[in-house]
Structures are given as C-alpha cells and as structure tokens.
Design a binder for this molecule. Structure first.
Ligand code: UD1
Length: 418
C-alpha cells in the first residue's frame, strides 16, 4: 500500500498541464471494440482506471500498444464477449463495454461492475435501454448475460439523466438498424466528446450536449486518431488546491467553459480568476469567504466529482456553508477524516454543514474513494504541519502524476510505500 506524506502550508505557484479526461477516455476505449480498424487515442492519462480498461480490452482479444503518450487499439482479432468478475470489479466503466460488446458479438456476459464506493450505483437504466434495442437480459450469479439476434433502433426515455446509461446506449445503437433517440439524456461534455469520436469513425450521432441524442445506425465503422477533451475535474481540483493554499497557478490546456459552475463559486469565495483561451489563472492571497450553499447537479450544474474537494475548501473559509449531494448516496465518507484535521463538519442525510475554521492541522487520514481522497490531499496541503493520506490507490484511479504536478507548484508532498 502506498501513502502520501505532506508538509502543509506552502503556497502554490506556477503552471500545471491538465490531463485528458478520464471520463472521456474510458467510453472511447470501450467504443474501440466497435470497429476492426485501428484506433489511436492520444494523450492517454497515466491513471489506473485507464490501465484497467485496457486490461479488459486485452482480455476481450483486442491488441493495445502504447506509443509514447498514445495508445493504439486494434480490435480486429477480438473474439471474446465475457468480462470476468476480477476485472469488472476493478472498474465501474467496464459496464460501458456491454453496449459495444453486444453490438459486435450479439452476446455479452459481464460481472456486475465495481468502482468508487460512493453508494448504490445501479445499472437498471443501462439495462432497460439495451432491452429497448432488442437485447434479452438475464442476471445470474453476479453476472449480466445479454443476447440478441439483431439490434433495432428505438425511442428510449431515461428516468434520470445518467451519464453512463446515455453513453452505453449510444455505443449499442451506433450499428443498430434504424434510428435511436435517447430522451432525458445526460448533457456532460464527455458525452459530446464520445459523439465526436463516434462520428469520426463513421457513426451518425447528433444532439449530444443537449437532452436528446439521436443515433442513426450505420453498417460499418472505421479507424481514426483522436484527442479526447481535457479533464475538467482534474483542472477543478488544482484550482481548489490553489484557492485553499493561496498563491497563483495557471491550469493549462483546460476547457474553462466546462467548469464554469466551479469558477463562479471560487470567484464568490474571493479568488481572482482570469480565463485566456485554454488557460485558467487563479490568484488568491487571503482567507476565503464562504458561499452559503451549494448543491451537486447533473451538468451544467456543480459536478458531484468536485463536491469533496470543494467541501474541503469550505472547511477553511470564514463563516458557514451547506453542501448538498444530490447524485450519490454516501459521498461524504471523507468527512470523518477531515474532522481528524480539525474541520468542523456535520453530515445530516444529503447535507454537510460546514463551519469554517482558521486553519486545519496535519493528521493521518485514510482515502476511501477517488475524489474524497483528493479532497484529503488538498486539506493536507493547506493544513499546518505534517499529514499522511493512506491508501492512495483510490487517487491513482483518476489523477496521473498527482504528486509530481503538485510538487512542481511548490507543494511538499511525497509518495511512500508502506
Ligand atoms: C459518471 C462519471 C462519474 C460521475 C457521474 C455523475 C464516468 C466514467 N463516471 O458516472 O465520475 O460522478 O457520472 O456525474 O463517466 N443511476 C441509476 N440507474 C442507472 C444509472 C445511474 O439510478 O442505471 C443513478 C445513479 O445512482 C446516480 C445518478 O443516476 O444517482 C447519476 O449516475 P450516472 O450519471 O449514471 O453516473 P455514472 O455514469 O456511473
């Protein structure tokens, strides 16, 4: 097991290059199964979720070759439609493969997916959507079995705008016969990125980014080279870090328009933020002021994936804040850990009531999930004294070279094998 040791209190200065979005790369990797031609995905982030997805593709018989920062996927020899439980449990996004594997083999068997422990994460919307396209689904001994003679386009209405269900249905529908529409689709930028990728390989998808996605089935898909969009959650995490620690940083190669909700909040907190094309410059030299309340919402609302980092920030603001988590049930697991550092937080149901303290104090804390783990690192950077964050494998799922990037900005953080 590895941990971070952090000596807090340093201000952050300099530039950080934003990685490619984890949540774009994962469904795009899943989409590679749809074609026999080579797909090159550029600037692959060095994170374990991506490495695990590539392992799953290899297990399906695809060839994956790293070429510097790029990965080349060749699915022409893919001959297996089963994803074993050990791999599916490593990664929730393995469920995206249902759509593409069923499209390719007319059959799929996948163990129930894993992922962050942030509460119940059902896949009913994914499965209902696939059923509407003609897939027969049975669930047995922890496995989902799917089969169909033919995929047929249909009208699908999601009960709630699920990112994963929208993407999975898109993947199943691109080669279905006829037209599929997904109403109440999620509108996250990563869905538009998946659409752009699919259209580049010959699909006919429109409407992604709005709440109705239309997919006209095509017979064949081709190869391409693709650069997915920058990671808005990684960019947001570094901005929150600099806001909490003080200093001035530039997040380079970002897409500022994709994290407007965070930028507005950080300005309300008292940070100066300038946007210059793909650069976001954040400057702060004072104690931050609380915003009264904030709630997580589907895009373009405040992202649940930045909730923990932002709550960490609220712990050192002047006055009170209320943070409401509307998407996932137990996404406050990091709160008892933050309390060990002196944070004053009470969680009641979906709400966290935070009373800002002047300073956090270093402590030994445990990461329980990806974003909660990042929130603890930020708290450690802003705290007085020494902290250790244990079980950082959760953080490695989504942040490539996290400690190098932070050290480049002036943070005192090292990785240690326990
Ligand atoms: C994706 C992101 C994740 C982010 C989340 C919400 C990826 C790889 N992951 O996860 O980082 O936190 O969006 O922005 O892109 N739901 C159901 N039934 C389903 C599916 C979802 O009830 O079949 C519910 C979930 O319990 C949750 C809500 O819908 O309350 C949103 O989940 P969803 O958008 O599906 O999240 P993911 O795609 O898993």
């Amino acid at each position: 097991m590895e941990k971070y040791i952090i000596n807090g209190g340093n201000k952050l200065y300099g530039s950080v290059k934003i990685q490619t979005a984890k949540n774009s790369v994962l469904p795009i990797l899943a989409a590679a199964v749809l074609t026999d031609e080579k797909i090159t995905i550029k600037n692959i982030p060095q994170i374990s979720d991506v490495r695990n997805m590539i392992k799953i593709l290899t297990c399906l018989g695809c060839k994956a070759v790293y070429d510097g920062d790029n990965v080349i996927i060749d699915s022409s020899a893919s001959d297996c439609c089963e994803i074993p439980s050990a791999l599916a449990h490593e990664l929730r996004s393995s469920v995206f493969l249902l759509g593409s594997v069923i499209s390719r083999f007319r059959s799929a068997k996948i163990a129930y997916p894993g992922g962050c422990d942030i509460g119940l994460r059902p896949v009913d919307l994914h499965l209902n959507g696939l059923k509407r396209l003609g897939v027969e689904i049975t669930e047995k001994n922890g496995y989902i079995h799917c089969k169909c003679d033919k995929l047929r386009g249909n009208e699908i209405m999601l009960d709630c705008p699920s990112v994963g269900a929208t993407e999975n249905i898109m993947l199943a529908a691109v080669k279905a016969e006829g037209v599929t529409t997904i109403a109440n689709a999620a509108r996250e930028p990563e869905i538009e990125d998946l659409q752009n990728f699919l259209n580049l390989i010959g699909a006919k998808v429109s409407g992604a980014g709005s709440s109705t996605v239309r997919i006209e089935g095509v017979k064949k898909l081709y190869g391409c080279e693709y650069s997915p969009i920058p990671d808005r959650i990684e960019a947001g995490t570094f901005l929150v870090a600099a806001a909490m620690c003080g200093g001035e940083i530039t997040a380079e190669g970002a897409k500022p328009e994709n994290i407007i909700s965070l930028i507005h909040k950080l300005r309300e907190n008292g940070c100066k933020i300038h946007i210059n094309n793909d650069k976001i410059v954040l400057e702060n030299h004072r104690r931050l002021t609380s915003v009264k309340s904030i709630e997580t919402q589907p895009y373009p609302g405040f992202p649940t994936d930045l909730q923990a980092q932002y709550t960490s920030l609220c712990t050192v603001c002047s006055r009170h804040s209320i943070i409401t988590e509307n998407l996932f049930e137990t996404r406050f697991k990091y709160v008892p850990e933050l309390r060990k550092m002196g944070a004053d937080i009470t969680v009641i149901g979906r709400n966290a009531f935070v009373r800002g303290v002047e300073k956090l104090k270093g402590a030994s804390v445990m990461a329980h999930d990806l974003r909660g783990g990042a929130a603890l690192v930020l708290a450690g950077l802003a705290a007085e004294g020494r902290s250790e964050v244990l079980d950082i494998s959760h953080i490695d799922r989504g942040y490539g070279s996290f400690e190098y990037k932070l050290r480049n900005l002036g943070a005192d953080i090292v990785r240690v094998t326990v």
